[in-house]
Design a protein around this ligand. Structure first.
Ligand code: ZN
Ligand code: ZN
Length: 195
């Protein structure tokens, strides 16, 4: 059986100039430069990485960095002098901390923040093997677990292997994490913009 994993990342959803056009990109760890070239899709490039290049965008310069804050994921956004960034419609000229669901506007471009969650149900990883399931108070290692992407709690959960055969203890009842009450998700977006 696979090892249980849980990852979260911030994605930028660019609705584009053309309403039929939409692109979504993941914000990698570290500081990235957000670039907008003409009508093209938004681009992210590592500030100091091998692909770093001088900023040639006409829309100004914006730096972004994803940071965890408690159970939340935030995106730090810093605008260079002269670059106007609006956050949720408000003018913001300096450093802002955005959360999934927020909308920022750089030049004429509207960019939504969405959180992407990817979880695999399976055997508890070694470092969490002795953590207690919040429901049955038995160690995580005894049965397959779901790792809550928000609080990290391992909760016993029967994996669906596609064959219809399920094994193990089912402590995950309902659609909320019994520990932090955040929604149970295995793969997908939170806070996608309404289209
Ligand atoms: Zn349990
Ligand atoms: Zn939780």
């Amino acid at each position: 059986m696979r090892i249980a994993t849980s990852t979260r990342s911030v994605h930028l959803v660019d609705l584009g100039i053309d309403p039929d056009f939409q692109s979504t990109i993941e914000v990698p760890a570290g500081i990235c430069r957000l670039t907008i070239r003409g009508d093209g899709p938004i681009e992210l490039s590592p500030l100091d990485g091998p692909n770093a290049e001088p900023n040639s965008a006409s829309g100004g310069e914006v730096l972004v960095e994803p940071v965890p804050r408690g159970r939340e994921l935030r995106l730090l956004v810093a605008a260079a002098p002269g670059t106007v960034v609006r956050v949720n419609g408000e003018l913001d000229l300096g450093l802002a901390s955005l959360e999934p669901g927020d909308v920022m506007q750089v030049a004429d471009r509207v960019v939504h923040l969405a959180e992407h969650v990817h979880c695999v149900i399976g055997t508890a990883p070694a470092e969490l093997a002795e953590r207690l399931c919040p429901v049955c108070q038995k160690p995580a290692r005894t049965d397959p677990v779901y790792l809550c992407p928000a609080c990290g709690a391992p909760v016993h959960c029967r994996p669906d292997d596609g064959t219809g055969e399920v094994e193990g203890r089912q402590c995950l009842l309902g659609r909320e994490c019994p520990c932090c009450r955040s929604a149970v998700m295995t793969d997908g977006y939170r806070q996608l913009p309404e289209l």
